[in-house]
Design a protein around this ligand. Structure first.
Ligand code: C5P
Length: 216
């Protein structure tokens, strides 16, 4: 049987994957899940509960109790939340606890868009359309710095670039579901692109995948 039309959008922090995923979801009328938010929520809720982020069992217990209605908290969008997310995301038990929710989201009959680090490799390896969105670390740091300063966080560009490099290393170097393009993902480097150009390029990639899916 034909799988639902699932679009996976993976890639490193501030590559533009969230924006691209949002545009694709709107274009195809599909529901979207920002899976980074799940890890951010676990990291922040663990910190609030006084849990050591290295404690895999306690972090996984938070992950198991997480519900969709908890995700609107603006604290999950801060710089500290991204760092906490990547620290809890190394634990296989945390990843396992968040897996069912993501797989269930992807199984909606009309399809879905999921963005993250391991959507095309682990969560939806059978997805008909896969993108891996990337950009040079300096470009990503500049985007993240603008976003955070607009949110009122007082932080320098050099610190953000350092964060981005460390996060790439941790996310790409971990043993459990490391950040990687799936073998059948199409790479989209947005370093020299505006948002509109990146969204158009993503749309063209997905159109080609959709044409193949329709005739499959
Ligand atoms: O995408 P975002 O920056 O919100 O992700 C925060 C962190 O959550 C990432 O750096 C990564 O460690 C983790 N993450 C993950 N797998 C996903 C999504 C996010 O490990 N599917």
């Amino acid at each position: 049987m034909k799988p639902p039309f699932v679009i996976t959008v993976d890639g490193p922090a501030a590559s533009g994957k969230g924006t691209v995923a949002g545009r694709l979801a709107a274009a195809y009328g599909l529901p979207m899940l920002d899976t980074g938010l799940l890890y951010r929520a676990v990291g922040v809720l663990a910190q609030r509960g006084g849990i050591d982020l290295e404690d895999a069992l306690a972090s996984a217990a938070i992950a198991r109790r997480l519900t969709a209605d908890q995700l609107a908290d603006p604290d999950f969008r801060t710089r500290g939340a991204g760092e906490a997310a990547s620290r809890v995301a190394v634990h296989p038990d945390v990843r396992a606890a968040l897996k069912d929710l993501q797989v269930a989201f992807a199984r909606q009959p009309d399809g879905a868009v999921l963005d993250g680090r391991d959507q095309g490799t682990v969560i939806c390896p059978e997805a008909p359309a896969k993108l891996y969105v990337t950009a040079a670390p300096e470009v990503r740091a500049d985007r993240r710095w603008k976003q955070l300063t607009a949110q009122g966080e007082a932080v320098g560009f050099a610190e953000i670039l350092d964060d981005i490099r460390k996060r790439d290393e941790r996310d790409g170097g971990r043993a459990a579901a490391p950040m990687r393009p799936a073998p059948d993902a199409v790479l989209l480097d947005t370093s020299e692109m505006t948002i509109e150009q990146a969204a158009d390029a993503a749309r063209r990639i997905v159109e080609a995948a959709r044409a193949r899916w329709e005739t499959s």
